[in-house]
Design a protein around this ligand. Structure first.
Ligand code: LLP
Length: 850
């Protein structure tokens, strides 16, 4: 049984790999049953189709879906229109039907979604035959039958299927060497198509294997196996080469989307080994999952972090020795249909954590509050992260975790839970602390393990050329070495931002030196200080401006700068600003249809860039995610064709496409993904010669936070550039150039002890630096006067503003601190001074350079 996911089947050339792997199995005397997903991205389009059909935009959306498949067929040298005719007819009929009736039931949605797998299957079968593999097609719905539940919607969209061995099926498959079928879909007893829910193709593979008595389930995906941590968290994550079903299930449940946890059950019950492998690097060993643990000595195998967790804190005096109290509160959760993850109880407090769940909306939480109100006091806390350690016999190795617990000393822990199956130990902390904590636990407990049966190579070893220094110690920040100069600059009152231009220069040079980037633009909204602009300019980087105010600042500061080194990217700006920018001759990015439709005369004979919404919201906080259905930025991909037509009608030339998905991203793969999306969009409209993958390059917010590897970004973008063949690649980072170059200095005004919390008050607050209040952002904070002195305990650093949110850092380890000491807040060079205000009529910090 071989399962191939969306990215594995998305390109015709990938089917050559599938054909090769199948032939190899045949040569080994095995027969092959292949289950596959829809082409990557198609399921999302199909999921959105009913909403669009109801809004009268179904035809365009269906056309985009048809086009993706026709493009695939063309690339594969197949007659797509003929092969897909029946499915296209059905797609159009369903779209028209939904629009006509004005309704899309769960059943109709299931039928619509199923088309993704069915179309991919029709293409895949034709292609395998073309590649010389005598494959036989099988409709998954003839084999897998859903076990209907009472929940009508669920039973269409998120079904389970029977998993008994089926001897008639086995006999039916016997004459064929290679059989191709679809994942994700099954039939409903009594007629109709049902879906198996998220991760359904993995689950299909396991069900098929069980029913067909397969010798093995191979899950082929785009990562090389299960890892001891999410490689995006740390590239020290180790490949796990041998696991038991229970461990694999636990690790799959804990995060990583490599293997769907639901798929483990059917394989385990049928005793069929599973193997997770990388389609694009089939020589790597992958993860083998069987009834035997890879190693039954108690030890830690993985660390994970799950964000978006909620805590429900229930307190009351009535719970002490009251029989049935827990039964009552859990009945309330059941009544509201809310599933609980971790639980911790004491005599007066029961706290549970809830997994992130898009269906868990404010109304349902209110319902829960109301159901619990008669029993106890309830508080629901959002924005938590669950950090889990997984491994056999975790109870017996708690002592080994001791040194790792030092990582908790600065982070408030809200809940600790040790799973009854002795496989999992979880702590719930603030979301902002989760990743750093998981990373440091992983590094101290797993990262250094020698290679053996369980721990394979690290992600860094697999993905980087040999010789890369892993985990090199981080250099001391510049402000440590310049302490004396900074103390001399410290203000007596208020606050002062101090910028180190050497750091700005180093970052600007690093960005300007990216081989794969043809032009870089500094998103000057991050820091428009004149000296910063001059320093950036000297490295050859241009300026990305969002307002005429910013354009004017650049021109005042650098009067000789040609307009072609300014990129104007406004959002919901008035017509006059477009006029002004065009008159100046800057590059211009348009991020909606309105300017093209309403003011076409402005753009006649002009080159323009269109900003699209890539539907990939990313970033350190909801407020900085600038893509996806809720974002006000960019043109939704399905409107891009229309935008191109409007541009053409106006006589404008669309020379480039742009996307910026969010801010504070540390995964290098992100820009490859944006490049890929823009590349596909560019080929759909034609004539595009520039792709701008935006900014968003993150910087670490604490000494142990992940660091973005710029060299890796360059490698990822080099791949994009190769695929784009001749197209120029642009990038527009803001924060990356300036964040670490700036610090905010202030004096201690007062200290206070209150209800067990030590407050250190300083002479400026959210009026100078709003990021902690606005995004819960973390900034490193030190007492510069007493740098290096032993910590005296935890303290919260607050400003003088009349708002409880005027908290610059909570629960920080600080030395004994006195009135008049200088406090330094680090990584304040981006979105610091420029976002300050005069709230409370307190002057915000002024600015100085070193
Ligand atoms: N390009 C566009 C179109 C943008 O909107 C932004 C930032 C950037 C580039 C630069 O993003 P960066 O490389 O700096 O992440 N005030 C928030 C950040 C808001 C970013 C707004 N747009 C913060 O303090 O985190």
């Amino acid at each position: 049984m071989m399962k191939f996911g969306g990215t594995s089947v998305a390109r015709p050339k990938n089917w050559e790999i599938i054909a090769r792997l199948a032939r190899k199995r045949l040569a080994d005397g095995e027969r092959v049953l292949i289950v596959h997903s829809a082409l990557s991205g198609i399921s999302n389009l199909l999921e959105a189709l009913p909403g669009l059909a109801l809004a009268g935009e179904g035809e365009a959306a269906a056309a985009a879906i048809r086009q993706r498949h026709l493009d695939f067929a063309q690339e594969a040298g197949l007659d797509g229109a003929a092969i897909l005719a029946p499915w296209f007819t059905r797609l159009d009929a369903l779209t028209a039907g939904m629009a006509l009736v004005g309704e899309a039931s769960a059943r109709v949605r299931a039928e619509t979604m199923a088309l993704g797998e069915l179309m991919a299957s029709a293409l895949g079968l034709a292609l395998l035959k073309k590649l010389g593999v005598a494959a036989e097609g099988l409709d998954a719905r003839d084999v897998l039958t859903g076990t209907n539940t009472h929940d009508e919607t669920r039973s269409w969209l998120d079904n389970a299927v029977s998993e008994e061995r089926d001897d008639t099926l086995i006999a039916r498959l016997a004459p064929h060497d290679v059989i191709l079928t679809q994942g994700f879909i099954a039939s409903r007893a009594g007629g109709g198509t049902v879906l198996l829910g998220r991760g359904g193709s993995d689950t299909s593979a396991a069900y098929f294997a069980a029913r067909a008595g397969a010798a093995r389930v191979e899950i082929w995906t785009d990562v090389p196996g299960l890892f001891s941590a999410d490689p995006r968290l740390t590239d020290g994550a180790r490949m796990l080469t041998a696991l038991s079903y229970e461990e694999a299930q636990e690790i799959a449940t804990m995060g990583g989307k490599v293997l769907h946890p639901r798929s483990v059950g059917p394989a385990r019950r049928a005793g069929i080994p599973m193997l997770v492998k990388d389609t694009f690097r089939p020589d790597l060993p992958g993860t083998r999952i069987t009834g035997e643990p890879g190693d039954d000595a108690p030890r830690l195998k993985a660390v994970s972090v799950k964000t978006g967790v909620r805590l429900v804190v229930m307190e009351g005096s009535g719970m002490w020795r009251q029989a049935g109290f827990l039964a009552d509160i859990f009945a309330a959760f059941k009544h509201c249909g809310i599933s609980v993850d971790q639980v911790s109880t004491s005599e007066t407090n029961v706290t549970v954590s809830l997994d992130p769940d898009p269906g868990l909306d404010a109304a349902r939480l209110d319902m829960l509050r109301a159901a619990l109100a008669p029993l106890c006091r309830v508080r629901i806390e959002e924005g938590k992260a669950a950090v889990s350690m997984v491994g056999y016999g975790i109870r017996r190795i708690l002592h080994q975790l001791a040194p790792a617990f030092e990582a908790f000393q600065q982070k408030p822990v809200h809940l600790v839970s040790q799973a009854a199956n002795d496989l999992n130990f979880t702590v719930v902390v603030d979301e902002a602390d989760g990743a750093a904590l998981a990373k440091s636990l992983h590094e101290s407990l797993i990262g250094q393990m020698p290679e053996d049966r369980v721990f394979g190579p690290s992600w860094a070893e697999i993905s980087a050329p040999a010789g890369k220094a892993a985990g090199a110690a981080r250099p001391a920040p510049w402000w440590e070495t310049r302490r004396e100069d900074l103390l001399a600059q410290a203000p007596d009152a208020g606050g002062r931002y101090v910028y180190d231009l050497t750091t700005v220069e180093a970052r600007a040079r690093a960005v300007a030196g990216l081989q794969s980037v043809d032009a870089a633009w500094f998103a000057m909204k991050a820091n428009p200080h004149a000296d910063v602009l001059r320093t950036v300019e000297s490295s050859g980087i241009g300026f990305e401006c969002v307002s005429m105010g910013e354009v004017a600042r650049v021109r005042e500061t650098l009067p000789d700068l040609p307009a072609a080194r300014i990129l104007f990217t406004p959002n919901f700006a008035p017509r006059s600003e477009y006029e002004a920018a065009l008159a100046l001759g800057t590059h211009l990015t348009i991020d909606g249809l309105h300017p093209l439709r309403e003011w076409p005369d402005l753009f006649a004979g002009k080159d323009i860039i269109l900003r699209v919404n890539p539907d990939r919201p990313r970033g350190h906080h909801e407020h900085v995610r600038t893509a996806g259905p809720k974002a006000k930025f960019g043109i939704p991909l399905e409107q891009l064709g229309h935008a191109a037509e409007l541009a053409k009608a106006a006589g404008a030339n669309v020379k480039g496409l742009h996307a910026h998905a969010g801010s504070g991203i540390t995964e290098a793969g992100h820009w490859r993904e944006i490049g890929r999306i823009l590349g596909e969009a560019a080929s759909s409209i034609g004539g595009v010669s520039i792709i701008n993958v935006g900014g968003g390059l993150g910087v670490p917010d604490s000494p142990d936070a992940p660091i973005l590897d710029l060299a890796e970004v360059d490698r990822e973008l080099a791949g994009v550039k190769r695929a784009l063949d001749g197209v120029e690649l642009w990038m527009e980072p803001g924060r990356y150039l300036v964040a670490e170059a700036g610090v905010l200095l202030a004096r201690v005004t007062q200290v206070k002890m209150s209800f067990g919390t030590r407050f250190i008050g300083i002479s400026t607050g959210m009026n100078s630096l709003i990021r902690p209040a606005l995004y819960g952002a973390r900034h490193e904070i030190v007492n510069l006067t007493r740098l290096g002195e032993a910590p005296a305990g935890l303290a919260s650093i607050v400003g003088p503003i009349c708002e409880s949110a005027d908290l610059l850092g909570a629960d920080r380890l600080m030395p004994e601190t006195r009135e008049g000491d200088v406090i330094l807040i680090a990584e304040a060079g981006a979105y610091g001074a420029v976002m300050s205000s005069r709230y409370n009529l307190r002057d915000p910090a002024d600015e100085a350079v070193l």
